[in-house]
Design a protein around this ligand. Structure first.
Ligand SMILES: Cc1ncc(COP(=O)(O)O)c(C=O)c1O
Length: 377
């Protein structure tokens, strides 16, 4: 029987955000009255605060997560004839960025943590490999120590796709400071976001930061002199204001998401044969951009939860190497057995910061009802 209870997966604006809205609008008014529409104070302030959060000396704001990846690859000269190893279960932009700079995306399988499996990297290396692009999927940092060992052994660079991982950390080192550069997205669905598109790149290299600033602004060294032909990929000043205001709430948002995830782990952890919760690594700070688990009869569970008013998602049902866009790379289903299997098992439950405890109870009860497993006494 369908329920009247509705638990949307995403609920971006609730009353608790009214104060944030007022503060943001006031700061936008200030930006507009100063006519600072392009770069200016808000962008610099956001870059400074974001670098601090990421434990890096520099952050360069751009106009999307995709551009953050593209500009990072270009900053180290990756292009035609080069290969970059990444995960096949990411959002399409990861592979697209590699392809769009003219390089070849090379996939390696993932592990049971849903992230790049470090033991699969070596087999993917060729003489053309220039970088590894680990994706901290769902906000869960990759096993960076082992990835770094392989990168060092093969003398290739690490460019993090940290689009989903703002505030995450591995061994207390923040995402964005775990490689040479870290690329983040400020898309409205991300834990830290703007009211439109945006992205930011972190690095400890002055030279790379200088290059990225030129790349995002037509290659302009100053008003009149151009170092090289380039894009316009600046973060809008108004979006920088929005992101800056949201940054103040990030710790709270992260704590709420982590607390929700903890509740799910606790309440669904005994459903062993039906629900598999990924192992929680102690050295990792997971920020739960998405709360993902593996579910037996996933599609039937998803449909049942929808009937109960619970919206769930799959991130992502079609791995990148199955996509038509990737056909030219010559991969086939079965090439990455873990990734291919996970595509049919993974399910994302709502974990947004404004979720209520009784909603989590309702979701957990519904999952138990589906599998006909009573609550432990
Ligand atoms: C893993 C990953 N990489 C890259 C991107 C691209 O970010 P954007 O949508 O801001 O271009 C996203 C998000 O959309 C993402 O989730």
């Amino acid at each position: 029987m369908a329920s009247n209870f509705r638990i949307p997966f995403i609920d971006l604006f609730t009353d608790s955000k009214r104060e944030l809205l007022r503060g943001t609008l006031a700061r936008i008014e200030e930006t507009v009255t100063k006519s600072q529409f392009i770069l200016g104070d808000a962008v610099s302030e956001f870059e400074r605060d974001f670098a601090k959060l990421s434990g890096t000396t520099h952050a360069v704001a751009v106009n999307s997560g995709l551009d953050a990846l593209i500009l990072s690859l270009r900053a180290v000269g990756i292009g035609k004839g080069d290969e970059v190893i990444t995960a096949p279960n990411s959002f399409i932009a990861t592979a697209a960025a590699i392809a769009l700079v003219g390089a070849k995306p090379v996939f390696a399988d993932v592990g049971e943590d849903f992230n790049l499996d470090p033991s699969k990297l070596e087999a993917a290396m060729t003489a053309k490999t220039r970088a590894i692009m680990p994706v901290h999927l769902t906000g869960n940092p990759c096993r960076m120590e082992q990835i770094r060992d392989v990168a060092d052994a093969f003398r290739v660079k690490i460019i993090e796709d940290a689009a989903q991982a703002v505030g995450a950390a591995y061994d207390d080192v923040p995402a964005g400071a775990l490689g040479l550069m870290g690329a983040f997205s400020l898309h409205p669905l991300k834990n830290l976001h703007a009211w439109g598109d945006g992205g930011i790149i972190t690095t400890n290299s002055q030279e790379l930061a200088d290059n990225l600033k030129l790349q995002r602004n037509h290659g302009l060294k100053n008003r009149d002199e151009v170092e090289f032909y380039s894009y316009n990929s600046r973060l809008d000043s108004i979006q920088a204001v929005v992101a800056l205001q949201h940054l103040k709430l990030l710790d709270e948002t992260t704590d709420q998401r982590r607390a929700h995830a903890h509740l799910y782990d606790e309440r669904l952890g005994d459903l062993g044969e039906h629900i598999k919760i990924p192992m929680r690594e102690k050295r990792v700070k997971h920020v739960f951009h998405v709360y993902q688990l593996r579910a037996k009869n996933r599609d039937a569970l998803k449909a049942y939860l929808a009937e109960q008013g619970i919206e769930t998602k799959v991130h992502y049902p079609i791995p990148i190497h199955w996509q038509k866009a990737s056909a030219y790379l010559g991969y086939k289903k079965g090439d990455f057995p873990v990734c291919d299997r996970l595509a049919g098992e993974i399910l994302s439950l709502p974990v947004r910061e404004n979720l209520k405890d009784d909603e989590i109870d309702f979701i957990c009860d519904a999952v138990r009802k589906f599998y006909r497993v009573a609550k432990a006494a």
